[in-house]
Design a binder for this molecule. Structure first.
Ligand code: HEC
Length: 396
């Protein structure tokens, strides 16, 4: 679908990715900072009128004295600093990256015909529609009576994410699916800021400036969405980097894996927060074995099915022949693939020596997982994977 020069596309990819990571660091940084600040505010000291708590902090050669007003101070200065562009820019750069990496190269990265034979336009349509639908369903659940019951709401949001994971892994390629689970959660988080948290805060600020008492609902709803964002932060980052790990994107029960990541990531976030504000480890320590259990579960789910190739023998020439037929369309100094014009990640298979050098990675990508050939574009058979497995087994 892309007619842009691959070299330019790569540069565009790098620059947008760079911007996305920077914006994401800023968003998560401010989010962590304010949640931590909120929890560390002291209320047991004499406080001025209207101040609900204060904190003293030291950083970069100076001392900061922060006071939190829940009602407006007598004169609210006009130069109020808002924290919203971190979220907006993370989402905007993320969508641009989705466009460059997955929409413009949908046949390579997004579509796996063995899962669902989509055309690029169909895949892009499903992608955009599902991200929008995710937000509207989530927002609807939060606004419904379920939203008043924190436990039930958490369960429903969790179920929504797991269901989305199930859906995506039955529509897109493994890596396309995982990036969409990340984008699905990320869209909910950014829309929370854009459509709920910031507008509600603006309403509160406006009525405070008019000397009115703001409707407390605005504050409560804003806080609820903000809390969701906090717990989703760590899982979403893992989804975003999961694409580099074949054992994740190739996992058979991806929905269960995503469930474990969301539980483990959310609980890790909770533990880090409580630890940061000085909670007793005896009180919060139970979270550590729980996080360990989720991690163990994730490792079990992603464990490769290691076959026993001891009865098989594959010669060097045979191995090289398989790789030459199935891999060098992309992994060569002069790729013949219609999209890939440069050896991906510099991985070139030109000789038996190359194969030996990359043996561990070949085993991970093409034998234990089916992440390579990408989208199985070159139609590698299971028999060939087994033969490569036997060849690599013979090297050890
Ligand atoms: C259609 C093109 C294509 C074919 C065919 C293909 N690959 Fe790849 N391969 C890629 C791309 C693109 C990447 C980079 C993926 C990324 O950016 O994460 C890659 C990356 C890799 C990596 C590096 C993985 C990493 O994360 O460092 C290995 C190893 C690999 N491929 C092995 C193979 C093997 C073995 C075959 C044949 C069985 C194969 N590839 C066939 C496109 C292809």
């Amino acid at each position: 679908m892309s007619h842009i020069d691959p070299f330019l596309l790569d540069w565009l990819n790098l620059l947008i990715r760079w911007g996305h990571v920077i914006a994401g660091i800023s968003w998560i940084g401010t989010s962590f900072y304010f949640v931590g600040l909120d929890l560390s505010l002291r209320k047991d000291v004499p406080l001025p009128k209207g101040v609900a708590g204060e904190a003293w902090e030291v950083h970069g050669g100076g001392f900061y004295h922060i006071q939190k007003y829940l009602s407006a101070p007598d004169n609210l200065p006009p130069h109020l600093i808002w924290f919203k562009w971190e979220a907006y820019l993370t989402w905007i750069t993320g969508m641009c990256l989705l466009l460059v990496q997955y929409y413009l190269q949908a046949e390579t990265f997004l579509i796996d015909p063995s899962i669902l034979p989509l055309t690029p336009w169909q895949a892009v349509g499903i992608s955009l529609a599902s991200l929008a639908a995710g937000w509207f369903i989530y927002d609807g659940i939060c606004r419904s009576p379920i939203g008043k019951n924190t436990g039930l709401l958490a369960l429903c949001v969790f179920a929504l994410i797991v269901a989305a994971a199930y859906g995506f892994t039955h529509i897109f390629s493994g890596r396309g699916a995982f990036i969409h689970i990340g984008a699905f959660i990320g869209t909910i988080m950014a829309a929370n800021v854009f459509a709920v948290i910031v507008p509600n805060q603006a309403k509160i600020t406006a009525s405070l400036l008019k000397g009115e008492v703001p409707d407390p609902r605005y504050g409560i709803i804003g806080k609820q969405r903000s809390t969701h964002n906090t717990y989703l932060t760590l899982p979403v980052v893992l989804m975003m980097i999961s694409n580099h790990y074949a054992f994740i994107t190739g996992a058979p029960a991806a929905w269960a894996l995503v469930g474990l990541i969301v539980l483990g990531g959310g609980l890790s976030r909770w533990f880090l927060l409580r630890h940061e504000v000085g909670d007793d480890l005896g009180e919060i320590g139970w979270a550590v074995p729980m996080i360990g259990a989720f991690l163990a579960g994730a490792m079990m789910l992603t464990q490769p099915q290691i076959k026993n190739y001891s009865g098989m023998k594959t010669s060097d020439a045979e191995a090289l022949a398989i790789v030459t037929t199935r891999c060098t369309a992309c992994h060569s100094a002069t790729p013949t693939d219609d999209v890939i014009k440069q050896a991906p990640k510099g991985v070139i298979f030109a000789s038996v020596e190359d194969l030996k050098r990359y043996a561990g990675q070949i085993e991970a990508q093409a034998v234990r997982n089916q992440s390579m050939p990408l989208g199985n574009k070159t139609h590698m058979t299971q028999d060939e994977r087994d033969k490569l497995g036997a060849w690599i087994g013979g090297l050890k």
